[in-house]
Design a protein around this ligand. Sequence first.
Ligand code: KG4
Ligand code: ZN
Length: 337
Amino acid sequence: MDLILSIESSCDDSSIALTDINSLKVIKHLKLSQEKEHKKYGGVVPELASRLHAAALPKLLEKFKPYFKDIRAVAVTTEPGLSVSLHEGVIMAKAISSFLEIPIISVNHLKGHIYSTFIEKKATTPLLALLLSGGHTQIIKVNSYKDMEVLATTMDDSVGEAYDKVAKMLNLGYPGGPIIEKIAKKGDENRFNFPIPLQNSPKIAFSLSGLKNAVRLKIEELGGPNMSEQDKSDIAASFQKAILKHLLQKSKKIFQKEKIKDFVIVGGVAANRYINEGFKRLCKEFGKNMHQVKLEYTSDNAAMIGRWGVEAYKNKEFSKLEEIIPKATKKVSIGRL
Ligand code: KG4
Ligand code: ZN
């Protein structure tokens, strides 16, 4: 077998995977989430994340030892993310590269998310990807594994961040996305008319901070997190409705211009059924083929890093050890990734 070992540690998930370079099969994929540990702080604490990665990654790697002789390259997330977290994966990858005398591949986490679309599948580009994660909200035109162009990005918060912040305001815990989605099912999405961001602006961009503030004011008006369960559900449902409308309105503008047939939502928020259903309708209207990332690969994972790594391996895109330095940039400005 010819395998790629991949490592992901950009935020609060420690993950290692093995991907078969020829068949694209994920041979092994392990992940330890730190959600529970960060929960009590209402968000990710970088120093704690780094310490937990330092403990988790060697434990996970133990389980991959039987495959060492078949590993042809090691792929590791180097950007963007929390620098102290990225660092833990990077030092492990460098050690493996030296010890096994195999090349090292530097992977951009966002490109990894996009390539989660093609886990265990042949890649089909061009592709339009809506990246919705905790740190990013972008529409990306994917011309090839390397050539990606950001067509729209958020001017302030990301969608995942907005979900997390609203959940925090309602005292519901972290991460907020799945909780808000769940309680929204019992809510009335028409009870509150939250403003749809940039509704009257020709800008093809996203913005979540105004909506977040409108939700904050409504929560205060209703007496804060002690409001009734029904009020919370109504807030969650109305908030989600505004987010979906915003995403659809701006995506529609891009769909009108870009004739690319294939579309996908990637990143943690891609797990959201309500958002997915909305985009299924939009894709149908525009005759687009909507790909679906397997649920286990929507949130951060090493399999997606390995999948992008396969493309880099086939193109002999390797880095020198000394060139691999984690880059902490959380936001990517408009331009090419
Ligand atoms: O991609 P991801 O795992 O990590 C980053 O790279 O940031 O995304 C995490 C984000 C969190 O903000 C989380 O609340 C959100 O994805 N999320 C969701 C859902 N599941 C996770 N947001 C909305 N609905 C969900 N079902
Ligand atoms: Zn991510």
